[in-house]
Design a protein around this ligand. Structure first.
Ligand SMILES: [Zn+2]
Length: 122
């Protein structure tokens, strides 16, 4: 089946596709931060909107550097195709890049954060 190409999130989609089969941990970690920078730029341009996170978007990078938790999850949504891009950075672990064609459930995320005694931003 041919997937529809969304021109708004094409660049982000390409990186996520590349990361699907990437084995190199260091490259994945570097890409995780590169993705965050791209998300920030796209957010400013109005191409992405904040969807949900366990950490405030604006303070994401500095919060990770504090290393208070094992992992940090961020979900951003394309304003055009509504796909949701999940980015999870793990302290001393493998980052996760996941594209959700159907936006994930915010209530479920909220419950999960509560269980982990984490803050949540919806
Ligand atoms: Zn899109």
């Amino acid at each position: 089946m041919e997937e529809n190409i969304c021109t708004t999130c094409i660049e982000l989609n390409k990186i996520y596709k590349e990361m699907e089969n990437e084995e190199d941990l260091l490259k994945k970690i570097k890409t995780g931060f590169r993705v965050y920078d791209l998300m920030e730029k796209m957010k400013e341009e109005g191409a992405l909107t904040f969807y949900m996170s366990d950490t405030p978007f604006e303070k994401w990078r500095e919060k990770i550097e504090e290393e208070m938790y094992y992992s940090y999850s961020l979900y951003m949504q394309c304003t055009n195709c509504k796909k949701v891009y999940e980015l999870e950075i793990c302290i001393r672990g493998t980052p996760r890049f996941k594209v959700h064609n159907v936006p994930p459930d915010k209530e479920e995320f909220k419950e999960m954060c509560k269980r982990l005694k984490r803050a949540y931003y919806l």
